[in-house]
Design a protein around this ligand. Structure first.
Ligand SMILES: Cc1cc2nc3c(=O)[nH]c(=O)nc-3n(C[C@H](O)[C@H](O)[C@H](O)COP(=O)(O)OP(=O)(O)OC[C@H]3O[C@@H](n4cnc5c(N)ncnc54)[C@H](O)[C@@H]3O)c2cc1C
Length: 250
């Protein structure tokens, strides 16, 4: 199993960061934190912990590196990661709602985890889910109101006319994670779809911004998070591990 391991090491106190392919290659030092899984949550956690220069953090990832993996770098190729070595190749138990069929369940098996292969849509849950989480855990920090400061870490940035595509009052403009409204609208199809939704009414009605805490309804499209590759006018995936400034500074 170790042959498939990618071990990512943030040596913040020494100002170093390195990736190792085997457990034997990892330096024998005292690790303050060991994070199992270099996916979305693990990467963000490693990034935050190494903001403290006194911490040595070891991240252990089961999959291979994401470097140079076209299926991950080029957003349109992400579907090709399914059932490949970059996928855990999970299969569900038979689903009652699917007439007893089992289906494949994709999960990222590489550095960056599922953020390396996901659809890149920027979606927040309903406010009621967060409030329920706060109630069930007894931790008010999870409430919709109290997570707002974290939601502000993502911000809408775009230079096309985005009027009517989202509600600017529920988004920050100063966050670190770039979120862009879609650039590939189809006015004829979109207008007909939204009109049909409005005719149906209720939960199908037009919703200016499904990230407002009230996600039901039809909206133009959820926003995509992309990293604009500066001079190529191209878009490449922004993966959770890209949030390791102390490593990326190497
Ligand atoms: C195909 C696909 C499309 C998606 N589209 C969207 C979207 O458009 N918008 C959206 O918001 N969300 C989307 N998601 C969901 C989102 O990507 C996930 O919810 C999120 O990435 C989960 O983060 P995580 O840290 O919990 O898990 P992951 O990011 O999956 O990270 C888990 C990591 O742990 C590693 N690991 C597991 N077991 C071990 C072990 N024993 N030892 C070492 N490492 C281990 C895995 O290899 C993986 O790297 C999508 C997910 C998939 C799979």
């Amino acid at each position: 199993m170790f042959l498939r391991l990618v071990l990512v090491v943030g040596l913040a106190s020494l100002g170093l960061c390195a990736t190792y392919g085997t457990i034997q290659a990892v330096p024998d030092i005292k690790w303050d934190f060991i994070i199992v899984g270099g996916g979305t949550a693990g990467s963000v956690l490693a990034s935050r912990l190494t903001e403290n220069p006194n911490f040595n953090v070891l991240v252990i990832e089961a999959g291979p590196t994401n470097e140079g993996v076209a299926e991950s770098i080029i957003p349109g190729l992400a579907p090709r990661a399914a059932l490949s070595r970059y996928d855990w190749n999970f299969t569900t138990v038979p689903q009652q709602g699917l007439n007893g069929r089992s289906i494949t369940l994709q999960r990222g098996h590489l550095l960056g985890g599922s953020s390396s292969v996901n659809g890149m849509f920027y979606t927040r849950g309903p406010a009621s889910d967060y409030d329920r989480l706060a109630s069930v855990t007894g931790d008010a920090g999870w409430s919709w109101e109290n997570i707002q400061s974290y939601l502000e870490k993502a911000s809408i940035t775009d230079n096309h006319d985005v009027k009517g595509e989202f509600d600017p009052t529920v988004h920050s403009t100063k966050g670190k994670v770039a979120v862009t409204p879609p650039n590939d609208l189809n006015p004829a199809v979109d207008a007909a779809t939204l009109q049909a939704g409005n005719e149906l009414g209720g939960d199908f009605q037009f919703n200016l911004d499904m990230n407002s805490g009230k996600p039901l309804g039809l909206c133009v499209l959820p926003h995509l998070t992309v990293f604009q590759a500066t001079d190529l006018l191209d878009s490449v995936r922004l993966v959770a591990v890209d949030d390791w400034p102390r490593c990326n500074a190497q």
